[in-house]
Write a protein that binds this ligand. Sequence first.
Ligand SMILES: Nc1ncnc2c1ncn2[C@@H]1O[C@H](COP(=O)(O)OP(=O)(O)OP(=O)(O)O)[C@@H](O)[C@H]1O
Length: 353
Amino acid sequence: MNISVLLSGGVDSSVVVHLLCEQGYRPSLFYIKIGMDGTDYMDCSAEEDWEMATAIAHRYGLPLEMVDLQKEYWEQVAAYAIDKIRRGLTPNPDVMCNRFIKFGCFEQKVGKEFDFTATGHYATTVHKDGKVWLGTAVDPVKDQTDFLAQIDYLQVSKLMFPLGGLMKQEVRDIARNAGLPTARRRDSQGICFLGKINYNDFVRRFLGERQGDVIEWETGKKIGTHRGYWFHTIGQRKGLGLSGGPWFVIRKDVEANVLYVSRGYDTQWQYGREFKIHDFHFITENPWLHNQEVDVTFKIRHTPEFMKGKLIREGEIYRIVSSENLQGIAPGQFGVVYDEASRICIGSGEIGI
Ligand SMILES: Nc1ncnc2c1ncn2[C@@H]1O[C@H](COP(=O)(O)OP(=O)(O)OP(=O)(O)O)[C@@H](O)[C@H]1O
């Protein structure tokens, strides 16, 4: 079997290489270059990543290539993120990076020559009813299926996730016992530029600053100023610079550049029970073709917990009605839907306003 491995130079994908070699495979290794050279938007960790990837390749005597997807990344992922932020939404570049770059462009350029592509994502594949489905990982804290929830059937059916059945600590132990040079490396906060650079610096560079009012929702009173709605997200607590809090961002008026906030952990305004999902994308297929309404579990952000609720189809639009209050439903983020047992990630779509 012909396998390619996406090797980042981190501990997870190094352990993938180790495990595959132990099983007798001789995979080809690929490092994807996505940062921008010569700007302060990329820190030097990319150089170290490549060095680490090279060390792993030497150690196992495997071929390693760098695949330059910088241009594609900036055209497809960064541009998407800036557009969403400008419109007052909260984008998720990691989701788009997986769909378009790691499994999109990479597949078209390189992956297509291989039977499978293996990565260090914490996820599994599940074979059911003659089809392949995206399954959740054993480690609930590391589970990354929410970041993979926009991939398609071709992608999921060609992917291997050798770490999906392991806890992160077990992966670290394997790396240490095997003496891998990457054993002690820190976890990255996602591949994307937003994990590597300062988010506010990035946004400022593209959208600048524009002062606006911060208004208390209940009273309509101005209680402060901000430097642009694009620096703030619904549900956000930190970074508002207001005293006497906690204050939460609960609404944004993009036209007027106004942020509405509400005080207190228990303010009813930061909670909601339901939301709409646009362009719902089924990864494998729609298992609920004949149901108008199904019991599901779901996530609206990257947390270990799954929420319970109902997925309701209304023509082209889907709606989720949650069994419990949801804090900070941020339009633009993805509503990710799982089966009732939180075993299979069925698909996702953007949370609408
Ligand atoms: N620059 C890259 N080049 C090739 N593959 C990558 C790159 N960045 C991430 N990947 C792949 O995507 C997987 C998940 O990436 P993520 O950024 O979430 O890192 P992680 O869980 O910390 O993994 P790692 O420890 O391998 O960096 C990695 O394990 C690797 O297979």
